[in-house]
Design a protein around this ligand. Structure first.
Ligand code: DGT
Ligand code: CA
Ligand code: CA
Ligand code: ZN
Length: 585
């Protein structure tokens, strides 16, 4: 059982309890536990085996007992019992954005809705409109959300697929005769969602590899199998394609199955222009003589290109850039010196204290952390007075610390529906670092959302716009707003855009990263950690940035602390001076 499976059962219990009018505190406990398990970097089964479940935040004795039941028996009686009471198809209706348990419960009890198709029907035939709180406008919005839900279906967030893929890869590497086992496809290109898992193995004999693959624990059923390939459905829901190739073809196969299709077509065209034949087996000249194929470098070299990082292989100009020697020097995790969006246990949804955060950050080699807890409009968030004290405490602590990381006193302040900020400007001016984010009223019409964000950026106190699109992978799409207008203001005001590295956000999207760079707006890659273990997630943000052609100089937190402080001292509006004086990040 993987973390995702356990988390899913816990989350479903929360949903089912809500549909049957269960205790809201219980609902919340299950939901928080599900989220904790889902985002846990290591396997939850290991924590259980070591008797350490209750040491995890959000997991008390009760929930720990439930997790134990799930892990040891593969079942959860409470879940089975609730499933007997509720049509299972309703769980999917709950996944539609903006459709909550109250609406679903009403549609079920009063209109006999049992699944998404039925729900769509009562939306279209007007039956839903008659119910309380459900006017025609609301119903139109729901129908749009159903469309989006259907479009999303089948794709899985990268972090889930990656965890499973890596586990399978590990098992395949142990098979005798295996020289290499790697993940290809959209996972290797680090797309934020993936349609399936493409695996590639280099081995002289394929048969033992295929046999071992059929038996890995993640495989639910094999749907097609041949001497060198195998397709299976996994327990976590995705399909996986395995191919075994001889070592002399491994590079060619890696290139072919990494894709993207658009990239492959461009590279193949270059091969054809040279009179070569390029396939997943290798690259060959007119006479059929092998020019290469053992490594990807050989393939690229044969068509007179340097090796192109997988994140760029989308057919969006990377082949041309490579040809002209203009490939970007992409940012790497090691370039990041600090983390500028971190929640301490002063945030009601976060769990680690300063000491735990500092210990983990030190282990990761971070030079600085900005502590950015929530402002007052979030549950138990900080008001002006409380934040004032909090900041003083952070600074005192920092002055006493002799080692890395240094602490910056910051905040994640809410951008209210009218675009004002959730704390006084005086308070915000006092801080070292201000993240401003939208946390509610996501469904504002695009013009209103644009005005709202722009007003916040014009406040003169904001350093970075947090998780700029609000998307949650597989759950909620980006809210609609005019990115270009926001970028223009961000540039004028010297406000950066965040690339939020929470694995279920990866927000800023790749294309927007690229637009930000073109608009002259700096980025900040931040973990948005709600637990010390999340500090290690920065790579998810790095991947999105790399897919957006981002280089170290585009990212503020590649600056050392002394440089960052100089940058901040110059004032947020002095972005251009900063460039002129050559303190380039
Ligand atoms: P996904 O699975 O939807 O997240 O995206 P990919 O890119 O992993 O797509 P997938 O799994 O269908 O195929 C893996 C790679 O195989 C793809 O990126 C490029 C290569 N490929 C698949 N079909 C074709 C094709 O018809 N022509 C070319 N040139 N390459 C293909
Ligand atoms: Ca794929
Ligand atoms: Ca595939
Ligand atoms: Zn936030």
């Amino acid at each position: 059982m993987e973390n995702t499976d356990v988390a899913q059962i816990l989350a479903e219990v929360a949903d089912l309890l809500e549909l049957t009018g269960g205790n809201p505190f219980k609902v919340r406990a299950y939901r928080q536990a599900a989220q904790m398990v889902e985002l846990l970097p290591g396997p939850v089964s290991e924590a259980w085996r070591k008797g350490k479940l209750t040491e995890l935040p959000s997991i008390g004795e009760h929930i720990a007992g439930h997790i134990e039941e799930i892990l040891s028996t593969g079942h959860f009686r409470e879940h089975d019992k609730l499933m007997g009471k509720v049509p299972p198809g309703l769980l999917e209706v709950l996944m539609v954005e903006g459709v909550g348990p109250r609406t679903v419960a009403t549609a079920w009890k009063q209109l006999g809705v049992k699944d998404l198709d039925g729900f769509e029907r009562v939306c279209r035939d007007g039956a839903l409109e008659g119910l309380p709180r459900l006017g025609p406008k609301r119903v139109v919005a729901i129908l749009e959300a159903i469309e989006r839900h259907r479009a999303r279906k089948g794709r899985v967030p990268l972090f889930r697929a990656l965890r499973t893929a890596e586990s399978i890869i590990k098992q395949l590497r142990r098979v005798q005769g295996v020289r290499a086992a790697e993940v290809a496809g959209s996972i290797r290109r680090r797309r934020e969602t993936v349609g399936d898992i493409d695996l590639l193995v280099s081995a002289t004999h394929a048969e033992p590899v295929v046999r071992a693959f059929r038996r890995v624990s993640e495989v639910l059923e094999v749907t097609a199998s041949g001497p060198t390939k195998c397709t299976a459905r996994l327990r976590m829901g995705l399909q996986t394609d395995l191919r075994v190739v001889p070592p002399e073809s491994f590079g060619a196969a890696m290139h072919y199955f990494t894709g993207s299709k658009a990239h492959n077509i461009e590279v193949r065209t270059r091969a054809v222009h040279r009179g070569f034949k390029l396939s997943e087996y290798g690259i060959f000249d007119r006479k059929g003589k092998r020019l290469g194929g053992a490594t990807e470098e050989e393939i690229f070299k044969a068509v007179a290109l340097p090796w192109i990082p997988p994140e760029l292989r989308e057919g969006t100009g990377e082949v041309e850039a490579a040809e002209k020697g203009r490939l970007p020097h992409l940012v790497e995790e090691g370039d990041l010196k600090g983390d500028l969006h971190v929640h301490s246990d002063a945030s009601s949804d976060a769990h680690s204290d300063f000491e735990e955060l500092c210990a983990e950050a030190a282990r990761l080699g971070r030079e600085y952390l900005a502590i950015t807890d929530h402002s007052q409009s979030r549950p138990l968030g900080l008001g002006d007075a409380a934040l004032h004290k909090h900041a003083a405490h952070i600074r005192l602590l920092d002055s006493r610390r002799r080692t890395r990381p240094h602490l910056l006193a910051g905040v994640e302040v809410d951008i209210l529906p009218d675009g004002t900020l959730d704390l006084s400007l005086e308070t915000l001016r006092e801080l070292d670092w201000v993240v401003a984010s939208v946390h509610a009223h996501f469904s504002d019409p695009p013009e209103k959302m644009t005005r709202r964000i722009i007003r916040a950026l014009r406040s003169g106190v904001v350093d970075v716009l947090g998780h700029p699109t609000g998307r949650q992978l597989g759950v909620r799409d980006a809210y609609a707003f005019d990115l270009e207008a926001v970028l223009e203001v961000a540039r004028e005001e010297g406000v950066a855009l965040e690339v939020n590295a929470m694995p279920d956000r990866m927000d800023l999207p790749d294309k927007s990263c690229r637009l930000a760079k073109e608009a002259g707006v700096r980025l900040v890659i931040s973990s948005d950690a709600h637990h010390a273990s999340h500090l290690g997630n920065l790579r998810y943000g790095v991947w999105m940035a790399r897919r957006g052609w981002i280089e170290p100089g585009d990212v503020l937190n590649t600056l050392a602390l002394s440089e960052l402080r100089r940058y901040l001292q110059r004032g947020r509006r002095a972005a251009s001076t900063y460039e002129h004086e050559g303190i380039s990040p």
